[in-house]
Ligand binder design. Structure first.
Ligand SMILES: Cc1cc2nc3c(=O)[nH]c(=O)nc-3n(C[C@H](O)[C@H](O)[C@H](O)COP(=O)(O)OP(=O)(O)OC[C@H]3O[C@@H](n4cnc5c(N)ncnc54)[C@H](O)[C@@H]3O)c2cc1C
Length: 400
């Protein structure tokens, strides 16, 4: 699958941060992690920190799948509201999912500080705009639900929005718990840490087949090598579907741009993360080198050729929406790209096992907050593999 258009922003900005060999011999390990994107990297770090012998395999250069295209806003808020999840799964489970995503931002911050990598994580506030009057009353209800879950969040009316921005909206929810990330650097830093703790990482190595023996799993690679593993963790992102017996993700196309560095951000309150209630939504953030990142304009198809042909048109539309919101900012588009993007029917990740595949775990961080799910998934799968019970695992199971 062609996951991203040529030249997404982060690999251009950061360059080649590390290279790994491809697998040329058979290997044996406790756990094989398939996929060296941000999800596989979180998993490899967590599993090696727990003392397991890990081999990571990626068919591309690590970090060049969806993670390279990610705009990497870190928000606890899901694509589905707490009110929606409460109606679907009951208050206790819905609140728990929101709290987990909320707390995962703190966990990522702690991990970044442990890894000691610079310019990766920056705390920001998150502003969720009501796109219409009717959405304003939904935000009031959502505000009450989140407060009842113990989440710190403010409700702003139209006057409070327009006092802080160069545009107006009927209402907004404002959350202090949010951050922006350089996901590509974090991806590499996590893998480097896993290697320090004993992991072996091989990229440009595709797993073409697997076979479940009585005791162990045997993964076959494109060069004919065999990896014998006690367990396999599938962190294969949107391509995981090819290993799964049932379709769990809707794939579509999404677009993003990065501006030239800006001297100032007039009309942009505290350089906060911004998104909106309309679907598909427009979203914005800034970067540590003072660019604006703007994303959205999603199309409901996956076709990569069609998607890449639309990068110019869709990013022009993103730029003009930006200019409507921030007339005092002179936005010059520096980079534009597209990526395949996946959503689940309820906005929750799929983490765990499917009955047909013993000793295999899926860690699939889908949705607009895929990265917070990747962190949560790494903790759930680590606990499963070291035999520790994790009461949250059931929230993301495949048969929910
Ligand atoms: C444009 C865009 C914007 C986004 N914005 C945000 C955002 O603001 N916030 C957020 O939280 N999330 C965002 N996301 C989603 C987030 O980026 C993804 O959830 C995340 O990057 C997925 O990481 P991953 O490691 O699961 O997948 P990937 O990065 O795709 O990694 C999976 C890896 O598996 C490897 N692989 C697949 N099959 C095989 C195989 N058979 N053998 C060996 N290797 C294999 C691939 O080569 C790939 O490197 C965005 C996504 C896109 C595209």
């Amino acid at each position: 699958m062609d996951l991203v258009s040529p030249q997404p922003f982060w690999p251009l900005k950061n360059g080649l941060l590390s290279v790994y060999p491809s697998l040329k011999n058979n290997a044996r390990c406790d756990v094989a992690v398939l996929g060296g994107g941000i999800t596989g990297a979180f998993a490899a770090e967590a599993l090696t920190a727990a003392g397991l012998d890990v081999v990571v395999l990626d068919k591309r250069d690590v970090g060049t799948g969806s993670t390279s295209a990610s705009t990497a806003l870190l928000q606890y808020e899901l694509d589905t509201s707490l009110c929606y999840l409460t109606r679907k799964y009951g208050r206790e489970d819905a609140q728990r999912v929101y709290r987990l995503c909320h707390d995962s931002i703190d966990s990522i911050e702690r991990l970044v500080s442990k890894l000691n990598v610079e310019c990766v994580f920056q705390r920001r506030k998150s502003v969720y705009l009501a796109s219409s009057d009717s959405d304003a009353s939904k935000l009031r209800e959502e505000h009450r639900a989140r407060k009842a879950a113990g989440i710190e969040v403010d409700y702003w009316d139209e006057g409070e929005v327009s006092a802080r921005f160069s545009f107006s909206r009927p209402a907004a929810l404002v959350s202090p718990q949010a951050a922006e990330l350089d996901c590509h650097r974090l991806n590499h830093a996590l893998l480097a840490q896993a290697v320090k703790s004993g992991a072996r990482v091989f990229d440009r190595t595709s797993v073409t087949d697997y076979d479940a023996g009585a005791e162990r799993l045997r993964l076959r690679t494109d060069r004919g090598c065999i990896v014998s593993a006690g367990h396999v963790v599938f962190a294969t992102g949107y391509e995981a579907q090819e290993f799964l017996p049932k379709r769990v993700v809707r794939l579509k196309s999404t677009y993003a741009l990065a501006s030239e560095p800006l001297a100032e951000f007039p009309g942009w309150w505290k350089r906060c993360l911004i998104w909106e209630t309309a679907r598909p939504y427009l979203y914005l953030r800034t970067t540590n080198d003072c660019r604006a990142l703007v994303g959205g304009e999603d199309d409901s198809f996956r076709n990569p050729t069609r998607r890449d042909n639309l990068v110019g048109k869709r990013s022009d539309r993103l730029a003009s929406r930006f200019r409507e919101m921030f007339p005092a900012i002179e936005l010059e588009v520096a980079y534009r790209w597209a990526g395949t993007f996946g959503e689940t029917k309820d906005g929750l990740a799929y983490i765990g096992q499917v009955p047909q595949m013993p000793r295999c775990y899926f860690v699939l961080g889908f949705g607009g907050n895929g990265i917070t799910y990747s962190l949560i998934a790494s903790e759930i799968v680590r606990d499963a593999l070291i035999g520790r019970s994790n009461a949250d695992a059931r929230l993301f199971r495949f048969d929910r």
